[in-house]
Design a protein around this ligand. Sequence first.
Ligand SMILES: [Fe+2]
Length: 564
Amino acid sequence: MYVLGIWDGHDSGAALLEGNKIIFASNEERFTGRKLEVSFPFNSINACIGYAGIRPCDIDTVAFSTFEPTKTLSRIFPAQKERYYQFRRRRIPKPAIEKMIRYSKYMMTSIGSAPFLQQINNVYMKRALSHIGIVAEEIIGIEHHKAHAATAAFPSGMKRALILTFDGLGDGLSSSTSILEGSEIKRVGSVGSNDSMGILYEQATTILGMRELEDEGKVMALSDYSFPFPFSENKLRDFIKVDGSSMKAKYGPVTQYRMLEKISWSTPREEFAYMVQQLLEVVISTFVENSIDENGINKLGFSGGIMSNVKANMKIAEIKNLDDMFVFPHMGDGGLALGAAMQANYEMNGVTSYRFNNVYLGSGFSDEEIERALREEKGISYQRSKDIAGEAADAICDYGYVLWFQGRAEFGPRALGNRSIVARPDSEEVKEKLNVQIKRREWYQPFAPTILEEDAEEILDDIKIRDRFMTMAYKVNREYSGRLGSVMHVDNTVRAQILGDENRPYRKLITEVKKRTGIGAVLNTSLNIHGMPIVNSPEGALEMMRKSRTRRLFIGNYSVEMVD
Ligand SMILES: [Fe+2]
């Protein structure tokens, strides 16, 4: 039984399940080249079908997510969705009625979904799918937080867990609490979208002159440049209050935006960022702690956009009563295609668990396909190598960094060793070079490391949760703080990927680097140029090599060098 999941909003994409196997999952941006694409995911669906080697008519069930009024309107009038995308990404000038657009968005999105809306959405979904020959027997709409919760529960490997979603908003809610018990998942609580911690963070991001739904990580990074102060002195401390396992905002979203603007006017940027980040950490960790106590369950699964905040996740991991936690690595709306498919697979076929030890679920390429792309590229020399890891490690030591393209693409926002730029972890100079030539990050944004599992204890302090997917920050052991110059943040933390056996070629590379540097870690940043999605294909990798004037690329079994 094939179940296809579709998400056609912010960071659209598709995912294909067969029984309890995740066959393929990808986001549309990888095919269209537009970061956080919003258009209908035709390319991703075709990639799912192509990878599985099936025909569109073989798909039994299609699941999609979210049918609140704004989402419904965007399906009826896709041009509006495109306009909002251009506006949000600052591709068009700021409209004169920018505030009005923003305020009406807050008001519209607070209205939840209704059954008749689902019917309307079904009609539009069927019509879109018929363009690519999919006439599934079942087309199922999955409520926004059910789809997020499915990703927090079913791949977690846990049999009994508290499942929490923390989000901006979706289908009238900003958060949900469910209990996973054996083969059942049952919702026990929720928070409305007018009391959303995610919306507050999003508003603060906009007020700081950054892009909402995209630059929240920058706010988090900037916050560490403020001098710290106690929560009792935080001017935003009562903007969101937690009481037991409920959350209440002091103001409605429109007034809240005005109040945040007022406070930010007289506050240095980094201090304002600190207030917002501190509020988030306090609100979320208190909510989680109370939920653990109320439900008597200390294993937790998380999803939703807020869970991309690695520092809040670190605070959650520190909760004394928490025994284990799983954060779904594609926690934002880009993960909804897989979530909708998993929830539908649960409802239709009773499937409640998936083997999920890696995220290499996207496009892959054979040696022939890679060699074809290499043959057509000018200005390079290439050869098959018997020791890709050793050669790449040498190049990392010679040039500072290399482009590393192996296996199937990662599903989600992080490059985890298959579409990565890999560099020495101990060189400030390399960090500068990467920033100037490729990444153009803000000065306060740190890079992240991949650390070999066996070295993690030595490099990091107090590892309670071993996170494979770069969803959590860790404090660096004092002895190592001088040796991780290119990957450590100003507060001595790293957003680490702790690598086990899930990616053998990448593990081999880091092991080779360790032989040369003495450190079981590398700098790992995504294989993309500033503002572009992560590279998907060999052609994309070669284009990136050309544009960034990078000397070395290691792609499949091929070692590639730029010819002067
Ligand atoms: Fe969401």
